[in-house]
Design a protein around this ligand. Structure first.
Ligand code: BGC
Length: 894
């Protein structure tokens, strides 16, 4: 995966390079001004196929040769034919020149969009001086099936391979397949697999919503005979059902459809058993070559059966699909017992193994997966509980090399045990395949302390390999659920590392799908494990994910769409808190070293939820609700303090780190108690625990940010860089390649996943505190940015970049005695406050940008391009206000 990300990073760097070349060229040619908008998105996706949002939202990135630039107007053209755009005509929508600084979340408002139709669009923008940019390149988006009655097919099943053939009298002008194959499907046309999606469609609450995928199959069809074959796996649905609609337009303009029906034929294929958790058994001797091509003799096949529909509405899958994103070459192969071979892939990840084998027909090679080894080199699978996690391949035995990888399962593993291999396997007999939702990497973080880079690496592996259409808690044992607590604590970290916008848009809908009539939610989404109602520290994922979407992506629509659901949820909590204290709790600060009373955790989130709802109401102009919920929040705050604050001891409840952190972080602590509680927290960390965390995964999300916010970044850094128990470094010192579920080192049958992303919430602190990249509350979606790096202890440099919805934001600093440098990039159409800290003892501070001074002798020195002001804070730091552009600051002092 790192390879793939590397390539992507490479790509985006070359994109940046091109931009610079563009600038250089532009200036050389005297062509100053706004460059064409780039990176056009529709509903957060580039060139999406099959979207079912009737008023999709557009976004584009802006480039400019000058600093301090922003958009003052835009014009969007949407056309039904690409040729029209070449003539600058938008027959579907010509927005005209719209005076607006919005370059994201711009809502389509042209003629109604037609089901199944493709549209082409481009955009230009005007800069602050009124210069128009050239138009962007044209891109496209295409609508899915917008009404239920367009689906003419029936849900069919009966066998795990289904096929049909059809004739086409003419060549094909355009063809689309809309498919929902549950639990998982593989679609094949005329002998080839269609698309690169695997483990499709995403897991949803099937009786509420099922996802269909749209494929452009034009190039796969031919005049004459054609065949469609679909393999079905049980997946999360635990049954098999297919609905398929192929809409074809011939060159002579004729339209026809091929749809799933009992006229299809079925026969169980080589997969004789498949399960998400247990693995797949594939008997290659049962293969029926040619079954997915026309002219196949399907005499032994029987008519497909009509099966029950899953019940939910058909909804377009509008998020990055699950794909094989990388290949891993094993780093070791051992033979701990006769006939038993163990591969070490060197990295814990989600996916499967590709096996390459030659041998006799009927030989069965068994692959078993584990995260751990025993000392004797055998695989240790005690921690995967009920999951069988094994794949079996039975050879075809035709004398050639047989290459197998499963389709309808995945595993979380680092080691693969191979038994039954005919002959002796070599390192080349097996490859790891990394499989996960193919979200794009948007962030990078690196620092002078190698341990931080190692933690960052673990976070990224753990986070990305736990994205399987939903955010999962883990990827190996009999679980892999969308536990809501894990989902919200990791969300900010995930959004800074990966493009999560479309993924969470879908997941937030998944959450709404489980909402009961009483407003309650469930611990896991879709609901398989855990309770209804959710533990409040889990259910809070609903408001929190919406809120993070608003902050990071400026997504106001998600607040609009979910406001009623969120309000219902808060009202549900309210029924459980007649005296304004919400006490029910199941997990609280889960996996803590020092437990905190669950009631305190639940009640703190109750306050958080109500406070967020009040804010959202304000944003959406619902003044009465804003007031009601702000008042309720105040009542909860008072009750919280009455219930949990121990004024005598100056602590909350038992005084654990989490018990004091939550109220401090959320602003629940009365002003007069802040010093006492903060002091107790400090003492607990430093003196009681020698600068170690004792929290579970809830507390740790807020602890380091709280310390940084309180001017204690050095202490936060101490926690982040510990190597003894309990710490992230302790996991690494003990061989972790992804983060563990527990701070403890456990390898037995107890609950101890070795790929649990939840402790990775600290990754957000890397970006937000150490690199200092933050969204200002009044400028969500990085409209207004605050770069406020924390320069701590022995760190000599940090460098981080985030591809935000508005473009690249980056912050890179170095620190050497007497000097701090800070390079930042602020995208066009954003502005930023850049807070450059100074060494404590420094006086006579001066700040330069490039060669020119911007701050000297206690004063702002104006005149620098892009810089609009500077001031000094009470701590001596210098805050510089800038518009877009690239800046290189240097702060020196005596
Ligand atoms: C999961 C967690 C989850 C927890 C709830 C575990 O089994 O793996 O990460 O949040 O249950 O208590």
């Amino acid at each position: 995966m790192d390879q793939v990300n590397g390539i992507r990073r490479g790509l985006s760097f070359s994109a940046i390079l091109l931009t610079f070349l563009g600038w250089a060229l532009g200036s050389a040619l005297g062509a100053d001004g706004p460059l064409p908008p780039q990176n056009l998105r529709c509903e957060y996706l580039s060139n999406p196929l099959g979207i079912d949002v009737r008023q999709p939202r557009f976004a584009w990135g802006l480039d400019h040769t000058a600093r301090g630039q922003r958009q003052t107007a835009y014009q969007i053209l949407v056309a039904t034919q690409p040729g029209l755009l070449d003539q600058d005509k938008g027959d579907q929508w010509d927005s005209g020149k719209v005076v607006s600084e919005d370059s994201t979340q711009v809502v389509y408002s042209g003629k109604p969009l037609a089901s199944g139709a493709a549209y082409y669009w481009k955009v230009r923008s005007w800069d602050k001086d009124g210069n128009a940019s050239p138009y962007s390149r044209a891109v496209q988006f295409e609508m899915g099936l917008l009404s239920a009655d367009e689906w003419k097919g029936q849900w069919i099943g009966g066998a795990n391979q289904l096929r049909t053939e059809f004739q086409l009298a003419e060549a094909v002008a355009r063809a689309r397949v809309y498919i929902c194959g549950l639990g998982y499907y593989e679609l094949r046309i005329n002998g080839s697999k269609v698309g690169s999606n695997v483990l499709d469609p995403g897991w949803t609450t099937y009786d509420k919503r099922v996802l269909y995928t749209t494929y452009d199959v034009t190039p796969l069809l031919q005049r004459g005979a054609n065949a469609v074959g679909v393999m079905l796996g049980e997946g999360w649905y635990k049954a098999r059902a297919l609905l398929l609609q192929m809409n074809i337009e011939l060159v002579n303009g004729k339209r026809l459809s091929v749809t799933s029906s009992p006229a299809w034929k079925g026969k169980d294929g080589p997969i004789t058993s498949d399960s998400v958790w247990d693995g797949e058994i594939y008997d290659a001797s049962r293969e029926t070559p040619g079954w997915d091509r026309p002219g196949f003799n399907d005499a032994g096949w029987v008519g497909a059966q009509v099966v029950k529909s899953p019940g939910g509405v058909l909804s377009a899958q509008m998020m990055p699909p699950i794909r094989v994103v990388d290949k891993i070459t094993p780093v070791g192969l051992t033979n701990p017992q006769p006939g038993i071979y163990v591969y070490d892939l060197g990295q814990n990840f989600s996916g499967w193994a590709q096996l390459r084998v030659k041998g006799p027909r009927g030989a069965a090679v068994k692959l078993r997966f584990s995260e751990l080894l025993y000392d004797d080199g055998m695989i240790n699978r005690e921690n995967i509980r009920g999951a069988k996690a094994r794949d079996t391949y039975i050879l075809r035995g035709d004398g050639g090399l047989e290459v197998y990888e499963p389709r309808f399962t995945y595993h979380g593993f680092r080691y693969v045990e191979v038994t039954g291999f005919p002959g002796t396997p070599s390192l080349d007999s097996l490859r790891g395949r990394v499989v996960r939702s193919d979200v794009e990497s948007v962030g990078s973080f690196a620092a002078s302390k190698p341990l931080l880079n190692q933690i960052q690496r673990l976070i990224r592996w753990g986070q990305s390999t736990n994205l399987h259409s939903i955010p999962t808690d883990c990827d190996q044992r009999d679980e892999r659920m969308g536990w809501l607590g894990d989902a919200h604590v990791t969300a900010e970290e995930a959004m800074l590392n990966f493009d999560m916008a479309a993924f969470y848009t879908n997941f937030v809908r998944d959450i709404r799908d489980v909402q009961g009539a009483d407003g309650s939610l469930t611990d896991t989404v879709p609901h398989r494990y855990g309770s209804r109602p959710a533990d409040p520290a889990w259910g809070t994922a609903y408001p929190l994910l919406c809120w993070y979407m608003y902050e990071q992506y400026g997504d106001r629509r998600i607040l609009e769409e979910h406001y009623e659901g969120l309000k219902k949820y808060v009202e549900f909590l309210r029924t459980k808190a007649p005296d304004n204290v919400l006490r029910y709790s199941y997990y609280g600060d889960w996996v803590a070293i020092e437990p905190t009373p669950g009631e305190l955790v639940s009640d703190a989130y109750y306050y958080y939820d109500v406070q967020l709802l009040a804010k959202m109401a304000g944003i959406l102009g619902k003044a009465a609700d804003a007031q009601t919920y702000a008042q309720l929040a105040t009542q909860i705050k008072d009750a919280f303090n009455r219930e949990f604050y121990d004024a005598k001891r100056g602590v909350y409840a038992t005084g654990t780190q989490t018990a004091n952190t939550l109220p401090l972080f959320l602003g629940l602590v009365p002003p007069e108690a802040k010093e006492a509680v903060g002091g107790k927290l400090f003492n607990d960390i430093v003196y009681q625990h020698d600068s170690h965390v004792t929290t579970g995964f809830i507390g740790v999300k807020y602890l380091l940010p709280l310390l940084s916010r309180s001017g204690l970044s050095d202490l936060a850094y101490d926690l982040a860089t510990q190597t003894t128990f309990p710490s992230w470094g302790y996991m690494i010192a003990n061989g972790a390649t992804t983060l563990w579920e527990l701070w403890h080192k456990r390898t037995g049958p107890s609950m101890n996943s070795h790929n649990h992303p939840m402790m990775g919430s600290v990754g957000a602190w890397f970006y937000q505190a150490l690199a200092g990249i933050n969204v200002e509350p009044e400028g969500v979606g990085y409209r207004r940015i605050r770069i406020a790096p924390q320069i701590v202890r022995d760190l000599t440099w940090v460098s981080a970049t985030v591809e935000t919805v508005r473009g690249t934001v980056s912050s890179s600093w170095t620190h050497s005695p007497g000097m701090i440098t800070l390079e930042v990039v602020i995208p066009v159409n954003s502005d930023a406050k850049i807070v450059i800290p100074k060494e404590e003892q420094m006086s006579e501070v001066a700040v330069y940008e490039g060669e020119r001074v911007v701050w000297e002798k206690g004063k702002y020195v104006p005149g620098m391009d892009g810089i609009t002001g500077a001031s000094q804070g009470t701590d001596g730091s210098i805050t510089i206000e800038v518009g877009s552009g690239r800046y290189a600051f240097k702060l020196t002092g005596q």
